[in-house]
Design a protein around this ligand. Structure first.
Ligand code: NAI
Length: 636
């Protein structure tokens, strides 16, 4: 069929079954740009005149099915009309697809996100291909917007409103097997049979699985129950003034049957909100960080971690979770016990499959003698924060390492320039600075010492990407970026406590500002002794806050000792009611953090303001809806 298309290929087999293959020109992944959607319209026009026996959608890319709408186009929505037009275009087109009188099917292999899943939902059948890369989800909420191309209408119809709300309000993705179990996919098949299975299913005439009665009630007369439950859930995590989109999703589903066009005011409010603009910015900042991993084709298979403490143990577990073979070294097997226990919990929680968890555990090999050094592509040192100890260790391991392997230190506070004097090839030492807790924190600072070998730095960034973290190159200066900006912020918070403001009130001020955790609770979590040491190094000689000194002297070290600024029970800080927050408190506490971020950009510790915003968001959780500390200041 010749429709003169740039992005789609349409094929018709001898039996009249058509395939529409999306292979977006000039890109490695498919996204639904204006042009791609326009061409889909043409395909539907052609088939309206001459309907095929069936139509199968598939991807022409290795990477996956469809990554979503074209996010670059979101940045051009500068008027309310353009925002509405964008929603209208997808809503109408996918309604048209849903209404065709020939059977349709989408083969989902690899990622199928946002608009991609909305396209698949508009087909009669959805065939999921069971392979690790297959992931389905509606992550629009993470960009501060809503799935307005039929997702809010069709996902609840297909999987029931509770499961649909959970997916739309968290943005989380599900794999092929899970999609089949919850009724999102009609079939889940291995790649080798997908074509035959797709043909058979699309021609089967088989009715769609009907929703169970209870789910139909919840999607109809009992909508209000689901909506109020969902609002309560969302309220625990996001305030409407910071994150309006999840509330809009609930309203559009409950009051307008998933049709955003029925309430143009909501569209205007969401699309023109600073939150959406800033979250889209954060998305691109994240892409920029990912880009650092692309400058080298370094690929690690084996990792050796030395020091099985808080950090080393969790770094080793994380690398094993991401598929690497990891040897973990400490002074004795007993010292590794707690790390191995934590690893086992991590694998069970993240992999949810005992066989896969077992395989990950098998990849994590205790190695008291350090035999793994000779085979490792990356050696990460995470022993005590002590220069002499690190020197002694480097002297032993450097001669045993493979040529071309990376030697990295996880040090938080020592200068790489001081550490590397023990090495024969000092230019090859790099910092790979993880944050605690390793599994939760997306950022890893890649610390670049004076005169470091560029190729090693690039390889270190590639390794960080390989384990699914975001690399940020920073200069080897005290505190790098993240700890350097946190120190004056924590100091300001403790000075406020010294002034007589309660820890609860200080924390509430910053939670209301949009931080994921208050600064005082953060200090309790990090440990008061660690905060004290960091303060001494990073506070430029400022006197330690009285509230901190007193507690440290009494051995009240925070979460780990059960008592710090708060009493801790079952892993939770026991807080009293915060009381009223004095006006201006949040701004006063945030100011030193923002000032320091500006200073570090000026000093070249981080290359530019965008990267500083990215680092502070992904390294501290700084309110993402603000677009980062410097973006926030500029917007004031
Ligand atoms: P930790 O005290 O929990 O663990 C250190 C481990 O290293 C201990 O198990 C110890 O037995 C082992 N060790 C010491 N010397 C050794 C040697 N010569 N050979 C083999 N094992 C040896 O310390 P933590 O907190 O895990 O810190 C480790 C490194 O990570 C330090 O450089 C620290 O600055 C850095 N770091 C710490 C963070 C934290 O939040 N705790 C965050 C980021 C970096």
């Amino acid at each position: 069929m010749n429709l003169n298309l740039q992005h789609w290929r349409v094929e018709l087999d001898a039996e009249g079954v058509a395939s529409a293959i999306l292979d977006k020109a000039g890109e490695t992944a498919n996204s639904l740009s204006v042009a791609v959607m326009g061409e889909l319209g043409k395909i539907l026009d052609a088939f309206e005149k001459q309907p095929p026996k069936a139509l199968i959608f598939r991807s022409g890319k290795e990477a996956g099915f469809i990554a979503g709408a074209d996010i670059q186009e979101f940045t051009q929505l500068d008027t309310a009309e353009k925002g509405r037009a964008l929603v209208e275009r997808g809503w109408t087109l996918f309604n048209r697809l849903a209404a065709v009188n020939y059977p349709t099917l989408a083969i989902i292999r690899g990622h199928c996100l946002g608009g991609g899943l909305e396209l698949a939902l508009a087909c009669r059948y959805l065939l999921a291909v069971d392979e690790p890369a297959t992931k389905m989800g509606l992550p629009e909420v993470m960009l501060g917007i809503f799935p307005g191309w039929g997702g809010m209408l069709r996902l609840p119809q297909r999987v029931g409103p509770t499961a649909a709300m959970d997916m739309m309000l968290t943005g989380k993705t599900i794999d092929a097997k899970r999609a089949k179990r919850m009724g999102l996919a009609d079939e889940c098949v291995p790649p080798r049979v997908m074509d035959a299975a797709a043909r058979q299913l699309v021609l089967s005439g088989q009715p769609r699985r009907a929703l169970p009665v209870m789910q139909r009630l919840l999607n109809g007369p009992l909508k209000g129950v689901v909506a109020s439950g969902a609002r309560k859930q969302v309220a625990k995590k996001a305030r409407p003034e910071h994150y309006p989109a999840p509330y809009a999703i609930i309203d559009i589903w409950a009051k307008h049957n998933g049709n955003a066009l029925a309430s143009p005011a909501i569209i205007d409010r969401i699309i023109s909100s600073p939150t959406a603009r800033n979250l889209v910015r954060v998305f691109f900042l994240q892409e920029r960080l990912k880009g650092f991993g692309k400058a080298s084709d370094f690929k690690a298979q084996r990792v050796h971690v030395i020091g099985a403490g808080v950090m080393g143990g969790d770094i080793a577990a994380w690398c094993a979770l991401r598929g690497m073979t990891v040897t973990l070294q400490d002074q004795s097997l007993e010292r590794m016990g707690p790390a191995l226990q934590r690893a086992s919990k991590l694998f069970a929680r993240r992999l949810r499959d005992p066989l896969k968890a077992r395989a990950a555990f098998d990849r994590l090999i205790p190695d008291v003698n350090g035999d793994g050094v000779a085979h490792a592509d990356v050696v990460i040192e995470a022993i005590f924060e002590n220069v002499a100890a690190k020197h002694a260790l480097f002297k032993v391991i450097e001669p045993r390492m493979k040529p071309g392997a990376i030697l990295a230190s996880n040090t938080s506070s020592l200068k790489l320039e001081d550490l590397r004097i023990a090495l024969k090839r000092p230019e090859r030492l790099v910092g790979i600075h993880f944050f605690n807790p390793v599994a939760m924190m997306p950022l890893v600072e890649v610390v670049v010492a004076q005169g470091a070998d560029d190729s090693v730095v690039q390889a270190a960034c590639a390794f960080v990407r390989q384990i699914d973290k975001l690399p940020l190159p920073v200069r080897s200066e005290p505190g790098f970026l993240v700890n350097a900006v946190l120190a004056p912020y924590m100091l300001a918070a403790m000075r406020a406590v010294d002034e007589g403001i309660s820890p609860e009130t200080v924390d509430e001020a910053m939670l209301a500002f949009g931080m994921p955790m208050g600064p005082i609770e953060l200090i309790d979590t990090v440990g008061l002794d660690i905060a004290m040491a960091a303060g001494q190094q990073l506070a430029g000689g400022a006197e330690a806050p009285r509230c901190l000194l007193a507690r440290v002297q009494q051995g009240q070290l925070g979460k780990k000792s059960g008592q710090g600024f708060y009493r801790w029970a079952e892993g939770k800080a026991q807080k009293a009611a915060p009381g009223g927050v004095p006006p201006g408190l949040a701004a006063r506490l945030a100011k030193p953090l923002i000032d320091r971020t500006e200073q570090l950009v000026a000093d070249g510790v981080v290359a530019d303001a965008e990267l500083a915003d990215a680092g502070v968001i992904f390294g501290t959780g700084f309110a993402p809806f603000t677009g980062g500390p410097l973006n926030f200041r500029q917007a004031r």
